[in-house]
Design a protein around this ligand. Structure first.
Ligand code: SF4
Length: 235
């Protein structure tokens, strides 16, 4: 079958602004958008630039806008979206070249959440582990699945309006540790998210939840963080 793909192109060394280029390539309905991009880069235009790594929905590198919605190119099949495809960079982050955006602000927000285990108390006498019940582990299971693809944050209208907003992905990272019964820094993270650019900027648009390739219930997680901020409890 013939696939028509319109790709956003921008080379800051040559272009004043971005434009779209149309390619017609042979493919089949089981091709992924990433396969088509690889085909074009390998056989038609080696200058085409996009991020990719694992190609199996794990690394989070190939997040992009496909037919107007954020997806991973490696998980998006022609049979699901049709043979007329438009591919553009994620919104809300500076375009570096073609489909590559500057992820630095995204990762800066992530780092602000202290996305690592904090517990300075002595280890239990009996050994080397801080035990946790299955129920306590389940409390934050969903938010452990994040692969930092940025599809959620860059689909959020509040983030588009104000890039200082920490954004859904950062709050997901915070949630993962705030609700971990073994961690001791929940109150610090909740305090950070109580700042002007924290959870107050979430207006429950649900775009993040729809965009997440890991099907994390992001809006629910943000709601749980908001509730913890109001009630002061983690239950
Ligand atoms: Fe990507 Fe989902 Fe993580 Fe957001 S929460 S960065 S959409 S995996």
């Amino acid at each position: 079958m013939e696939i028509t793909i319109k790709i956003f192109r921008y080379n800051p060394e040559k272009d004043k602004r971005g434009h779209h280029e149309v390619y017609k390539v042979e493919g089949n309905e089981n091709d992924r958008v990433l396969d088509i991009l690889e085909n074009i880069k390998g056989n038609h235009d080696g200058a085409l630039s996009f991020r990719r790594s694992c190609a199996h929905g794990v690394c989070g590198s190939c997040g992009m806008r496909i037919n107007g919605r954020n997806h991973l190119a490696c998980k998006t099949l022609v049979r699901d979206i049709g043979a007329e495809i438009t591919v553009e960079p994620l919104l809300g982050l500076k375009i570096v070249k073609d489909l590559i955006v500057d992820m630095d602000p995204f990762f800066e927000n992530y780092k602000e959440m202290m996305p690592y285990f904090i517990n300075d108390s002595p280890l239990p006498e009996n050994g080397r582990e801080r035990l946790q019940s299955p129920e306590d582990r389940a409390r934050f299971d969903d938010t452990t699945k994040c692969i930092l693809c940025a599809c959620c944050t860059t689909s959020c209208p509040s983030y588009w309006a104000n890039g200082n907003y920490y954004g859904p992905a950062a709050i997901v990272a915070a949630h993962r540790f705030i609700f971990d019964s073994r961690d001791e820094a929940a109150s610090e993270r909740l305090q950070i998210l109580a700042e002007t650019d924290g959870t107050a900027r979430c207006h429950t648009a649900y775009n993040c939840t729809e965009a997440c390739p890991r099907e994390i219930q992001i809006t629910k997680a943000i709601g749980e963080v908001k509730l913890a901020q109001v009630t002061g409890t983690l239950k």
